[in-house]
Design a protein around this ligand. Sequence first.
Ligand SMILES: [Zn+2]
Length: 272
Amino acid sequence: MKKLTYLIAVIIITSCTQRNIETPSSFDFLEMFQKVQWVDLTHSFDENTVYWPTNVSFTHDTVSYGLTDKGYFYSSFKYSAEEHGGTHFDAPIHFSANKNTIEKVPLSKLKGPGVVVNVSEKALKDPDYLISVEDFETWEARHGQIPDGAIVLVYTGYGQYYHDSEKYLGTNLTGPEAVPELHFPGLSAEAAKWLTEKRNIHGIGLDTPSIDYGQSKDFIVHQILCDNNLTIYENITNLEKLPEKGSYIIALPMKIKGGSGAPLRIVAMIYK
Ligand SMILES: [Zn+2]
Protein backbone atom coordinates (compact mmCIF):
# COMPACT_ATOMS: atom_id res chain seq x y z
CA MET A 1 0.00 0.00 0.00
CA LYS A 2 2.82 2.37 0.89
CA LYS A 3 4.45 1.50 -2.45
CA LEU A 4 1.23 2.33 -4.36
CA THR A 5 0.86 5.67 -2.55
CA TYR A 6 4.47 6.44 -3.44
CA LEU A 7 3.86 5.50 -7.08
CA ILE A 8 0.74 7.69 -7.30
CA ALA A 9 2.64 10.58 -5.72
CA VAL A 10 5.45 10.17 -8.25
CA ILE A 11 2.96 10.14 -11.16
CA ILE A 12 1.18 13.29 -9.85
CA ILE A 13 4.46 15.14 -9.25
CA THR A 14 5.81 14.07 -12.66
CA SER A 15 2.67 15.18 -14.50
CA CYS A 16 2.64 18.51 -12.62
CA THR A 17 6.29 19.06 -13.47
CA GLN A 18 5.57 18.29 -17.13
CA ARG A 19 2.65 20.70 -17.08
CA ASN A 20 4.87 23.31 -15.45
CA ILE A 21 7.35 22.91 -18.29
CA GLU A 22 4.63 23.52 -20.88
CA THR A 23 2.67 26.22 -19.06
CA PRO A 24 5.21 29.06 -18.98
CA SER A 25 5.83 29.04 -22.76
CA SER A 26 2.12 29.03 -23.67
CA PHE A 27 1.50 31.69 -21.02
CA ASP A 28 4.27 33.88 -22.45
CA PHE A 29 2.75 33.48 -25.91
CA LEU A 30 -0.67 34.70 -24.71
CA GLU A 31 0.89 37.51 -22.72
CA MET A 32 2.86 38.63 -25.77
CA PHE A 33 -0.28 38.81 -27.92
CA GLN A 34 -2.13 40.77 -25.24
CA LYS A 35 0.64 43.38 -25.38
CA VAL A 36 0.49 43.69 -29.14
CA GLN A 37 -1.39 46.35 -31.09
CA TRP A 38 -2.53 45.33 -34.58
CA VAL A 39 -2.57 47.74 -37.52
CA ASP A 40 -4.49 46.83 -40.66
CA LEU A 41 -2.54 47.89 -43.77
CA THR A 42 -5.36 46.77 -46.10
CA HIS A 43 -7.97 48.75 -48.07
CA SER A 44 -11.49 47.25 -48.11
CA PHE A 45 -12.67 45.77 -51.42
CA ASP A 46 -15.75 47.47 -52.90
CA GLU A 47 -16.96 49.17 -56.09
CA ASN A 48 -14.33 51.94 -55.56
CA THR A 49 -11.35 49.59 -55.29
CA VAL A 50 -8.39 50.78 -57.39
CA TYR A 51 -7.56 48.61 -60.41
CA TRP A 52 -5.13 49.13 -63.27
CA PRO A 53 -6.98 51.30 -65.84
CA THR A 54 -7.26 48.40 -68.31
CA ASN A 55 -8.57 45.93 -65.70
CA VAL A 56 -12.15 45.11 -64.72
CA SER A 57 -13.44 46.41 -61.37
CA PHE A 58 -14.31 44.33 -58.31
CA THR A 59 -17.91 43.09 -58.21
CA HIS A 60 -19.84 41.90 -55.17
CA ASP A 61 -23.44 40.86 -55.84
CA THR A 62 -26.19 39.59 -53.63
CA VAL A 63 -27.18 35.95 -53.97
CA SER A 64 -29.45 35.90 -50.88
CA TYR A 65 -30.27 38.47 -48.22
CA GLY A 66 -33.12 38.32 -45.72
CA LEU A 67 -35.41 36.12 -43.68
CA THR A 68 -35.83 32.61 -45.06
CA ASP A 69 -39.18 30.77 -45.12
CA LYS A 70 -37.83 28.76 -42.14
CA GLY A 71 -37.58 31.91 -40.03
CA TYR A 72 -33.81 32.49 -39.87
CA PHE A 73 -31.77 35.23 -41.48
CA TYR A 74 -29.41 34.24 -44.30
CA SER A 75 -27.04 36.29 -46.45
CA SER A 76 -24.64 35.22 -49.18
CA PHE A 77 -22.86 37.11 -51.97
CA LYS A 78 -20.66 36.34 -54.93
CA TYR A 79 -17.64 38.36 -55.99
CA SER A 80 -15.23 38.57 -58.89
CA ALA A 81 -11.90 40.32 -59.11
CA GLU A 82 -8.74 40.64 -61.15
CA GLU A 83 -5.71 39.32 -59.24
CA HIS A 84 -3.87 42.66 -59.34
CA GLY A 85 -6.16 45.28 -57.83
CA GLY A 86 -6.80 46.90 -54.47
CA THR A 87 -4.44 45.85 -51.70
CA HIS A 88 -2.82 42.88 -53.37
CA PHE A 89 0.13 40.52 -53.53
CA ASP A 90 2.42 39.82 -56.49
CA ALA A 91 3.91 36.32 -56.58
CA PRO A 92 7.35 35.95 -58.25
CA ILE A 93 5.76 34.37 -61.36
CA HIS A 94 4.04 37.71 -62.08
CA PHE A 95 7.14 38.88 -64.01
CA SER A 96 9.46 35.84 -63.99
CA ALA A 97 8.76 32.55 -65.78
CA ASN A 98 8.97 29.33 -63.73
CA LYS A 99 9.11 31.19 -60.43
CA ASN A 100 6.68 30.52 -57.56
CA THR A 101 2.95 30.88 -57.99
CA ILE A 102 1.06 32.03 -54.89
CA GLU A 103 0.42 28.65 -53.26
CA LYS A 104 4.13 27.78 -53.59
CA VAL A 105 5.43 30.83 -51.75
CA PRO A 106 6.41 29.41 -48.33
CA LEU A 107 4.65 30.78 -45.24
CA SER A 108 8.08 31.66 -43.85
CA LYS A 109 8.39 34.30 -46.61
CA LEU A 110 5.05 35.94 -45.81
CA LYS A 111 6.20 37.53 -42.56
CA GLY A 112 9.13 39.43 -41.14
CA PRO A 113 10.31 42.46 -39.20
CA GLY A 114 8.87 45.66 -40.64
CA VAL A 115 11.21 48.26 -42.12
CA VAL A 116 9.20 51.42 -42.82
CA VAL A 117 10.97 53.92 -45.07
CA ASN A 118 9.31 57.35 -45.14
CA VAL A 119 9.86 59.18 -48.44
CA SER A 120 6.59 61.16 -48.25
CA GLU A 121 8.20 64.60 -48.07
CA LYS A 122 9.89 64.15 -51.46
CA ALA A 123 7.26 61.89 -53.08
CA LEU A 124 4.27 64.14 -52.35
CA LYS A 125 6.05 66.95 -54.24
CA ASP A 126 6.89 64.74 -57.23
CA PRO A 127 4.38 62.17 -58.58
CA ASP A 128 7.19 60.61 -60.66
CA TYR A 129 9.43 60.17 -57.61
CA LEU A 130 11.77 57.16 -57.74
CA ILE A 131 12.64 55.68 -54.34
CA SER A 132 16.45 55.57 -54.24
CA VAL A 133 19.25 53.57 -52.64
CA GLU A 134 19.94 56.71 -50.62
CA ASP A 135 16.45 56.52 -49.08
CA PHE A 136 17.29 53.07 -47.70
CA GLU A 137 20.77 54.17 -46.62
CA THR A 138 19.20 57.08 -44.72
CA TRP A 139 16.96 54.58 -42.87
CA GLU A 140 19.99 52.39 -42.11
CA ALA A 141 21.99 55.36 -40.77
CA ARG A 142 19.25 55.78 -38.14
CA HIS A 143 18.34 52.16 -37.38
CA GLY A 144 21.18 49.89 -38.51
CA GLN A 145 21.27 47.50 -41.46
CA ILE A 146 17.94 46.24 -42.84
CA PRO A 147 17.58 42.86 -41.07
CA ASP A 148 17.52 39.53 -42.91
CA GLY A 149 13.97 38.43 -43.69
CA ALA A 150 12.60 41.98 -43.42
CA ILE A 151 9.39 43.14 -45.01
CA VAL A 152 10.25 46.58 -46.40
CA LEU A 153 7.34 49.04 -46.62
CA VAL A 154 7.78 52.41 -48.32
CA TYR A 155 5.52 55.21 -47.13
CA THR A 156 5.04 57.67 -50.00
CA GLY A 157 1.98 59.42 -48.49
CA TYR A 158 -0.16 58.55 -51.55
CA GLY A 159 -2.40 56.18 -49.55
CA GLN A 160 -4.46 59.20 -48.43
CA TYR A 161 -5.46 59.78 -52.09
CA TYR A 162 -6.71 56.21 -52.68
CA HIS A 163 -10.25 57.37 -53.57
CA ASP A 164 -9.08 60.32 -55.70
CA SER A 165 -7.96 58.90 -59.07
CA GLU A 166 -6.48 62.16 -60.30
CA LYS A 167 -4.11 62.33 -57.32
CA TYR A 168 -3.58 58.61 -56.72
CA LEU A 169 -3.12 57.43 -60.31
CA GLY A 170 -2.36 60.80 -61.93
CA THR A 171 -5.45 60.63 -64.16
CA ASN A 172 -9.22 60.27 -64.09
CA LEU A 173 -9.16 58.46 -67.43
CA THR A 174 -9.85 54.72 -67.68
CA GLY A 175 -8.94 52.17 -70.35
CA PRO A 176 -5.79 52.06 -72.53
CA GLU A 177 -5.69 55.87 -72.99
CA ALA A 178 -5.17 56.24 -69.21
CA VAL A 179 -1.93 54.23 -69.17
CA PRO A 180 0.41 56.93 -70.63
CA GLU A 181 -1.08 59.41 -68.16
CA LEU A 182 -0.24 57.41 -65.00
CA HIS A 183 1.87 59.33 -62.49
CA PHE A 184 2.71 57.96 -59.03
CA PRO A 185 5.97 57.15 -57.21
CA GLY A 186 7.70 53.77 -57.36
CA LEU A 187 11.02 52.08 -56.68
CA SER A 188 14.07 52.88 -58.83
CA ALA A 189 15.76 50.02 -60.71
CA GLU A 190 19.00 50.79 -58.82
CA ALA A 191 17.24 50.44 -55.47
CA ALA A 192 15.62 47.15 -56.58
CA LYS A 193 19.08 45.82 -57.55
CA TRP A 194 20.60 47.04 -54.28
CA LEU A 195 17.87 45.40 -52.18
CA THR A 196 18.21 42.07 -54.00
CA GLU A 197 22.02 42.03 -54.22
CA LYS A 198 23.12 43.68 -50.98
CA ARG A 199 20.29 42.83 -48.57
CA ASN A 200 18.28 39.70 -47.81
CA ILE A 201 14.64 40.76 -47.53
CA HIS A 202 11.43 38.72 -47.90
CA GLY A 203 9.32 41.30 -49.68
CA ILE A 204 8.56 44.94 -50.35
CA GLY A 205 5.37 46.97 -50.48
CA LEU A 206 4.14 50.53 -50.82
CA ASP A 207 1.06 52.77 -50.76
CA THR A 208 0.84 53.35 -54.54
CA PRO A 209 -0.75 51.22 -57.30
CA SER A 210 2.54 49.62 -58.40
CA ILE A 211 6.12 49.05 -57.25
CA ASP A 212 7.16 50.45 -60.69
CA TYR A 213 6.40 54.16 -60.94
CA GLY A 214 3.47 55.29 -63.09
CA GLN A 215 5.57 56.25 -66.09
CA SER A 216 7.40 52.90 -66.31
CA LYS A 217 7.18 51.23 -69.70
CA ASP A 218 9.12 48.02 -68.98
CA PHE A 219 8.22 47.27 -65.33
CA ILE A 220 11.91 46.70 -64.71
CA VAL A 221 11.51 46.77 -60.91
CA HIS A 222 8.89 44.00 -61.04
CA GLN A 223 11.30 42.03 -63.26
CA ILE A 224 14.24 42.42 -60.87
CA LEU A 225 12.26 41.62 -57.71
CA CYS A 226 10.39 38.64 -59.25
CA ASP A 227 13.62 37.22 -60.76
CA ASN A 228 14.98 37.22 -57.20
CA ASN A 229 11.91 35.49 -55.74
CA LEU A 230 10.77 38.49 -53.72
CA THR A 231 7.09 39.16 -53.06
CA ILE A 232 5.46 42.56 -53.67
CA TYR A 233 2.53 44.30 -51.91
CA GLU A 234 0.76 47.16 -53.67
CA ASN A 235 -1.99 49.64 -52.71
CA ILE A 236 -1.31 49.20 -49.01
CA THR A 237 -2.37 51.82 -46.45
CA ASN A 238 -1.98 53.12 -42.88
CA LEU A 239 1.83 53.14 -43.07
CA GLU A 240 1.88 56.44 -41.15
CA LYS A 241 0.67 54.43 -38.13
CA LEU A 242 3.82 52.31 -38.01
CA PRO A 243 7.16 53.10 -36.39
CA GLU A 244 10.14 53.12 -38.78
CA LYS A 245 11.49 50.12 -36.87
CA GLY A 246 9.96 47.70 -34.36
CA SER A 247 6.85 46.36 -36.10
CA TYR A 248 6.33 42.81 -37.33
CA ILE A 249 4.48 42.26 -40.61
CA ILE A 250 2.26 39.38 -41.72
CA ALA A 251 1.16 39.43 -45.38
CA LEU A 252 -1.31 36.66 -46.31
CA PRO A 253 -2.69 36.58 -49.87
CA MET A 254 -5.68 34.50 -50.95
CA LYS A 255 -4.16 31.09 -51.75
CA ILE A 256 -5.03 30.91 -55.45
CA LYS A 257 -3.45 27.81 -56.98
CA GLY A 258 -1.37 28.86 -59.97
CA GLY A 259 -2.04 32.53 -59.16
CA SER A 260 0.29 35.37 -60.16
CA GLY A 261 -1.31 37.71 -57.64
CA ALA A 262 -4.24 37.92 -55.23
CA PRO A 263 -6.13 40.10 -52.79
CA LEU A 264 -3.97 40.49 -49.70
CA ARG A 265 -4.69 40.96 -46.00
CA ILE A 266 -1.57 42.58 -44.65
CA VAL A 267 -1.26 43.50 -40.96
CA ALA A 268 1.40 44.85 -38.64
CA MET A 269 2.00 44.00 -34.99
CA ILE A 270 3.44 46.70 -32.73
CA TYR A 271 4.32 46.25 -29.08
CA LYS A 272 2.21 48.62 -26.96
ZN1 LIG B 1 0.37 43.43 -58.76
